[in-house]
Design a protein around this ligand. Structure first.
Ligand SMILES: [Ca+2]
Length: 363
């Protein structure tokens, strides 16, 4: 190649590179334009959907408005209810200190020239802090029927009342505390798997597991006087009574509130600790304004604020049943009963041969 030709070759290469660079920049420009046009739809720049927010923290709500577009007003909704209306682009802060646990839907309706556009996001409110940790000491040990697959436990007028499970073996029974002797008992029809149980006035309410039916008995005779269907709740797990409403668990992290007379589900809370939802809530007990719940497959009872669903404390009961008393039939910790007058707390487990009065430590 001659020197002149070589120069020409280099020039051509340069022109080609410049042309390519120009093409690329046009393409980039087009990409920018396409980005620009996609950002023309209204969205939340904060907060990202599904963000976990500790209860009590404030959340900044910022809208990504189409470039250069002003607005007349923005109406923010929290769970479809008006939260705040603004007429300028100042930051909006969502307070979470009075919110329940779980997902909260946030919507912004932007009004401009008589037209409106909306965008939504959500946050998941979790507990404000790690639960307090309580341990225990055993105050008294009592005998318990090792054949009782304990699903519900209540203390009433000096006796324990117990609902036991398993198909064909389910019962409702009245038990003498000191001896563990069963003094009154009915067997459930074989189709029912007995679950949580509690008292409302002169009635006993007993849940069934997958059958979708709650059973109502006369407190003294154990005669069945009614039944009711479940509604939004999935299954029957645990049951307690706060003096006004029945509280029912269904194996999820939800606790449903039922009308004490009609047994209709009138609301629910979602139970969360500071990391996320607490599922498999099982046997329940209402103790001094809190809900105590066994967590299935664990040796932990969680202490729940009935208003927010926040787990405030965990009672660690690992080692409660001495190793020498564990047999191949021994099943999980389940069953909490509270003597409100004597302020005594009783716990047991499925097919445990002992029932314990315990005192909480670190409370
Ligand atoms: Ca109970």
């Amino acid at each position: 190649m001659s020197y002149t030709l070589h120069l020409l070759y280099l020039c051509m290469n340069k022109i080609l590179l410049l042309a390519l660079a120009a093409l690329c920049s046009v393409a980039a420009c087009n990409r920018d334009k396409s980005n620009d046009s996609s950002s023309r739809s209204l969205s939340f720049s904060t907060v990202e959907p599904g963000s976990l927010i500790n209860r009590g923290d404030s959340v900044s709500l910022q809208l990504s408005l189409p470039h250069g577009v002003s607005f007349d007003s923005v109406v923010y909704l929290l769970n479809d209810k008006p939260y705040i209306t603004v007429k300028d682009s100042a930051d909006v802060w969502l307070k979470t200190d009075s919110l329940g646990m779980g997902s909260q839907l946030i919507t912004a309706n932007v009004f401009r020239d008589g037209q409106s556009e909306s965008a939504s996001t959500n946050i998941v409110v979790v507990a404000a802090k790690m639960p307090e940790q309580y341990s225990f000491s055993v105050v008294n040990t009592f005998p318990h029927d090792a054949k009782a697959y304990t699903q519900g436990l209540e203390y009433h007028d000096g006796f324990l009342y117990e609902s036991t499970g398993q198909r064909g073996k389910s019962t409702l029974r009245k038990v003498e505390l000191k001896t563990g002797k069963v003094v009154q008992k009915i067997d459930l029809p074989a189709k029912y798997f007995g679950e949580g149980m509690t008292f409302v006035g002169d009635k006993i309410i007993q849940l069934t597991w997958e059958e979708g039916v709650g059973l109502v008995y006369d407190r003294n005779s154990f005669e069945k006087v009614g039944e009711f269907p479940y509604q939004a709740s999935k299954e029957g797990w645990g049951l307690c009574f706060d003096g006004e409403r029945l509280i029912k668990s269904d194996g999820t992290n939800r606790l449903y509130f039922l009308n004490k007379d009609t047994y209709r589900e009138e609301g629910f809370i979602e139970v969360y600790n500071s990391k996320g939802p607490v599922d498999k809530l099982n046997e329940l007990e209402y103790v001094d304004g809190k809900i105590y719940a066994n967590v299935y497959y664990s040796d932990v009872i969680v202490v729940i604020d009935p208003h927010s669903g926040q787990v405030e404390a965990e009672i660690n009961l690992i080692g409660l049943l001495p190793q020498k008393d564990v047999t191949e039939d021994t099943n999980v910790l389940n069953g909490i009963a509270y003597d409100r007058q004597g302020k005594r707390l009783y716990v047991t487990g499925k097919n445990w041969d002992k029932l314990f009065e315990i005192k909480l430590l670190g409370r």
